[in-house]
Design a protein around this ligand. Structure first.
Ligand SMILES: [Cu+2]
Length: 367
């Protein structure tokens, strides 16, 4: 009988030890939840940010004032002879009915809306092609799968007999159709600790990659690091952010004279020439982050130059007042705005200055 009772006692003892261990585990967990998680409650909680963006035909004016508003001089020939052209733009709406447009800062110019996200976020873009050609949205810097790459291989790849399975569902959105892109802002999308609290990436249409960006379909993505994120996704280490793109839009057509072709080369900052870019205004003492983008062809070798101030380039680990841009470039630098006044902001390439790649930014006195 003794031999039969012993295994039962051992089983009871094992059960008691298990219950005790379970109790300890539970209380330790509660302790962790109470004392370990509480201090990090202010940490950024990743979320899904949804944008409603349409591609639309527009009439774009490279110089709406009809003159150089800074010098008050007439627009020089041949670049000032025609300033209005049919373009296509990415336009943001408030919801999926695509009826109410969101107001974007005037300085964004021809660029599409800022697609902003924080490290860890999911980005959803409801895209509605309201234009009359197939278009897409292809992002740089964020994580996506093939269906959300937004890139067609184009006719040249098709001619080479490329596998059409290489194109995902979002590669080519036909006129009148919609597609929802899903992208992820990973730690690799965010600035590194040695960089500032936010950085810039491109997005653009990628159906006919040689033409879509010239049509006008391009815009910025800004990713903020989780440790620097305000609830609205903006970075807490600066007061203001601007995005400027240096690009020569080619409006020339076959059969034009050489002079007409030159006049069709619009040397723009955010789609404006000869000081027509509005709204680059800041206050004395502001910490200002400039996100710089370059796009275009081999003639798009640009050197963005600020008068009246310097910028901190973390890439070069120094202060400078000239930043080099090539087609496809994405750079972020910071300025402490101290020098009150109106200052030139232009490309430093000689031919580009003459053709009007020049704007003005203003530092207003502190009230
Ligand atoms: Cu230039």
């Amino acid at each position: 009988m003794k031999n039969l009772r012993r295994p039962g006692a051992i089983l009871v003892a094992i059960s008691l030890v298990c219950v005790a261990l379970l109790f300890l585990l539970l209380t330790a967990n509660l302790f962790f939840l109470k004392y370990k998680v509480t201090p990090t409650q202010t940490a950024y909680i990743p979320q899904t940010r949804t944008y409603f963006i349409a591609a639309e035909n527009v009439l774009w004016d490279y110089a709406p004032s009809g003159k150089d508003p800074y010098t008050n001089e007439a627009l020089p020939a041949p670049w000032g002879e025609q300033t209005k052209y049919k373009k296509v733009r990415f336009i943001e709406y408030t919801d999926d009915t695509f009826t109410t447009k969101k107001i974007q800062p005037e300085w964004l110019g021809i660029l599409g809306p800022i697609i902003r996200a924080v490290e860890g976020d999911t980005i959803k873009v409801d895209f509605y092609n309201k234009a009359d050609k197939p278009y897409s949205i292809h992002p740089h810097g964020v994580h996506y799968d093939k269906d959300n790459e937004g890139a067609s291989m184009g006719s040249s790849a098709a001619m080479m007999g490329a596998d059409k399975n290489m194109e995902g569902a979002g590669a080519k959105i036909m006129p009148g159709e919609k597609f929802t892109y899903t992208w992820f802002a990973t730690p690799d999308s965010a600035p590194q600790p040695s960089e500032g609290g936010s950085k810039v990436w491109w997005y653009h249409s990628h159906v006919d990659i040689t033409q879509d960006v010239y049509d006008g379909l391009l815009g910025p993505i800004i990713i903020t690091s989780a440790k620097n994120a305000r609830p609205d996704g903006t970075p807490n280490d600066v007061d203001k952010e601007f995005v400027t793109i240096f690009m020569i839009f080619d409006e020339s057509k076959p059969g034009m004279t050489a002079d007409q072709k030159e006049g069709g080369l619009k040397h723009t900052i955010n789609g404006y020439i000869f000081d027509n870019l509005p709204g680059l205004t800041m206050n004395e003492g502001d910490k200002v982050r400039w996100h710089l983008l370059g796009m275009g062809n081999e003639m798009d070798v640009h050197t963005a130059h600020w008068h009246g101030g310097v910028v901190l380039s973390r890439e070069s680990n120094t202060y400078t007042d000239v930043v080099e841009l090539l087609p496809g470039s994405m750079k972020t630098v910071d300025m402490l705005a101290t020098n009150v006044g109106e200052w030139m902001y232009h490309c430093h390439v000689k031919d580009h200055i003459i053709a009007g790649m020049i704007a003005v930014y203003k530092i207003l006195p502190r009230k």
